[in-house]
Design a protein around this ligand. Structure first.
Ligand code: ADP
Length: 367
């Protein structure tokens, strides 16, 4: 039996001339948390609203448990949406808020009471059950909003930037709580965020979007470590991926990327599959470079321009050819001082080569 809970097929949404979501296809398995991640305006909320049924797609299909819901009204889809501004009824106690969805469904009173107690306990709200929303903190309000939805046992729980109104401490706590809710209930969750840390820490899989397009859909680890295009490499990571534009040169058995008068060595198993003199962009994350004490066969040299200490690590900006690259080094590293030359060794397993015109990844290491 298929484990796919949600399937989105060639989904498109136009608002006049604007294409808010363009040919989006992906599937989410039962019990998975999927994050829709991307900058403001990339089409995350529009996608969510189409799943919920608040927006009708221009074309394409949405299947829940293998059945199209395109013609099913929002109220009948059994999906639960929680907004960022915790839509709770301000005149009702926590208990009444939690019970609301089951009352609307006219469930028996004893079932409502036991489900409310179960969810209140689960959401750590048992001692707040008689309080009004005005007496609750922001994170408690958010727990009421999520609990109110969970109590109705939705097929899919949809969370739209649920942590964006919380202070940093509450946000971290809610992140942990959301992870445990997900693990304990096995609830399928779709999570909309523009915050990469939230997506990386909560989601099994991440759909990275830009201008309505799906840029990559993969595990959190793969979108971070193996971006399929420059956009994903630059959107994730702080500091983001380094990009060095250059030309591939083959001289005897040496292969390197030439940038101005600097050269970045490339192992032959990667470089030999690419034509000599091809223009390309090398991408490597700041934390995948290691400072070596001597020049090595595959190291390259870069001059330190600035060092920003950040506790145990420092972010070094160094000049390589006509490009600046960032390197994350341990703060006690003595070689990381302004004007010094660093020998840097990339982790070639994580080096990405991109087409300079399309920004798409040319090939995977060993691929
Ligand atoms: P996100 O949630 O990623 O910030 P949205 O899905 O809200 O992005 O918006 C995607 C694009 O669609 C944006 O350019 C936005 O201005 C546009 N858009 C969203 N809703 C409407 C609407 N009701 N009418 C016209 N344009 C809209």
């Amino acid at each position: 039996m298929s484990n796919i809970k949600l399937e989105i097929i060639n989904l498109r949404k136009e608002y006049g001339d604007l294409v808010a979501v363009d040919d989006l296809s992906l599937s989410v398995e039962q019990g998975e948390t999927m994050a829709l991640l991307g900058p403001s305006g990339c089409g995350k909320s529009t996608t969510l609203n189409m799943i919920v049924g608040l927006e009708q797609p221009t074309s394409g299909d949405i299947l829940i448990d293998g059945k199209s819901v395109i013609n099913t009204p929002s109220g009948k889809r059994n999906v639960g949406l929680v907004f960022q501004d915790y839509a709770v009824f301000t005149n009702m106690t926590v208990e009444k808020n939690l019970a609301y969805g089951l009352r609307v469904r006219k469930e028996p009173k004893d079932k409502i009471a036991s489900e409310v107690l179960r969810v209140a306990d689960f959401m750590c709200l048992s001692d707040k059950i008689d309080r009004k929303p005005s007496e609750l903190s922001a994170s408690e309000l958010q727990r009421v909003a999520i609990g109110r939805t969970l109590v109705t046992n939705p097929d899919i729980l949809l969370l739209d930037e649920p942590l964006s109104n919380l202070e940093a401490d509450d946000r971290n706590r809610m992140r942990r709580e959301l992870r445990s809710i997900q693990a304990e209930t096995g609830q399928t969750v779709i999570y909309v965020t523009h915050d990469q840390i939230e997506a990386l820490s909560l989601a099994h899989r991440i759909a990275v979007m830009n201008f309505g397009h799906l840029m990559q859909y993969d595990t959190a680890e793969n979108v971070y470590q193996h971006p399929q295009n420059k956009f994903v490499g630059s959107f994730l990571g702080n500091p983001p991926m380094n990009f060095v534009k250059g030309v591939l040169r083959k001289e005897g058995d040496r292969i390197f990327i030439q940038n101005g008068d600097s050269s970045l060595p490339v192992p032959t198993d990667i470089g030999s599959k690419i034509e000599n003199n091809s223009g390309l962009i090398a991408g490597f994350r700041p934390e995948t470079l290691t400072v070596t004490s001597n020049e090595e066969d595959f190291s390259f040299s870069a001059e330190v321009l600035a060092v920003e200490p950040q506790g145990p690590e420092s972010v070094v900006t160094a000049k390589f050819g006509d490009t600046q690259v960032k390197v994350v080094v341990p703060s006690e590293s003595e070689s990381a001082t302004d004007g010094n030359k660093l020998n840097l060794m990339p982790n070639f397993d994580l080096l990405a080569l991109f087409d300079p015109d399309s920004g798409m990844r040319l090939m995977k290491h060993g691929g």
